[in-house]
Design a protein around this ligand. Structure first.
Ligand code: CAA
Length: 285
């Protein structure tokens, strides 16, 4: 466990929040999940328990380790429960207005020395930091999905991030047995700057009729050795998140090569958001 961090708050009980809680509790941290709705917290605890149980089944954890990890995770809808945290990781929807609102609610509750991190996959860390009361103790800690499986974490400093904050984050992700890369504060950092244009291009390939969904995904799985085809991966990430990252790239880099594919826009407008909504490029119902 880290020397500076023992108690971790996680804002947002979605797919990323669950994964971050999961890997952090296994590493021995005490976790407090905060979300607006109690049913989302209960669903998150059930998801984490299910994944821990799967790991016991696969011989990666013992039953005692599963129970101990689960006992370290609590959840609540009361923001005051974040008051004693050393580190709080915001993993809410990829929407700047929502994140700003969250920071306005959470910052007054936090200890002055607590570090606030965001799991944003694309937004400016410097700009988000300016919406907090602690730009020196604010930075990006960007996990990949599914968090328990993916080995990488991107660390991103804002212009005001102090070295002490950055070192604490480095130590924290190292204790999770993740490898970190450092990315500068540019739109979508490294992974999504490269991955999302590839996914967007796959959607253009479908839109222009070059290949079917199955043909495109098979081509990239077998032709480029990707574990998932790009359209399946887009469904997995969430088409709303994919669109929002493409919009950040398009706006932030002002280059037409990042123009979101109209088919992606249409799917999101239809509420076809991928796996989480039951329909995307594939049907999950
Ligand atoms: N949580 C925990 N563990 C999971 C999991 C999840 N959601 N999904 C799969 N796993 C585990 C399985 O339990 C299994 O573990 P064992 O080896 O111990 O059995 C292992 O992962 C492999 O799973 P499966 O055999 O079920 O399936 P698979 O071999 O097809 O792998 C996958 C699934 C790991 C998701 C793989 O398809 C993959 O790596 N896909 C690409 C994922 C990727 O690119 N992620 C990055 C997305 S971009 C991002 O996250 C950045 C962003 O900001 C948008």
């Amino acid at each position: 466990m880290s020397t500076a961090i023992k108690n971790i708050g996680i804002i947002g009980a979605g797919q990323m929040g669950c994964g971050i809680a999961h890997v952090s509790s296994i590493a021995g941290y005490k976790i407090q999940i905060y979300d607006l709705a109690q049913d989302r917290i209960e669903a998150a605890l059930a998801t984490i328990n299910g994944t821990l149980a799967r790991q016991v089944g696969a011989g990666k954890l013992t039953e005692e380790e599963r129970k101990a990890a689960l006992s370290r995770i609590s959840g609540s809808t009361d923001v005051n429960d974040l008051a004693s945290m050393d580190l709080v990781v915001e993993a809410a929807t990829e929407d700047e207005a929502i994140k700003r609102k969250i920071f306005a609610t959470v910052c007054p509750v936090l200890r002055p020395e607590a570090i606030l991190a965001t799991n944003t996959s694309s937004l400016s860390i410097t700009r988000l930091a300016s919406a907090t009361d602690r730009p020196e103790r604010f930075m990006g800690i960007h996990f990949m999905n599914p968090v328990p499986v993916m080995k990488l974490v991107e660390l991103v400093r804002g212009i005001a991030t102090e070295e002490k904050t950055f070192n604490a984050a480095k130590e924290y992700v190292t204790t999770l047995e993740k490898t970190f890369t450092v990315a500068e504060d540019f739109p979508a950092f490294i992974v999504n700057r490269i991955l999302l244009p590839m996914i967007n291009e796959a959607i253009y390939t479908l839109y222009e009729g070059v290949g079917s969904v199955e043909a495109i995904d098979t081509a990239m799985k077998l032709g480029a050795n990707h574990p998932m085809g790009p359209l399946q991966l887009a469904d997995f990430i969430g088409l709303d998140t994919c669109l929002s990252i493409m919009q950040v790239l398009h706006d932030g880099l002002a280059d037409s090569k990042y123009r979101p594919c109209p088919l992606l826009v249409k799917y999101v407008e239809a509420g076809w958001l991928g796996r989480k909504s039951g329909r995307g490029f594939y049907d999950y119902r």
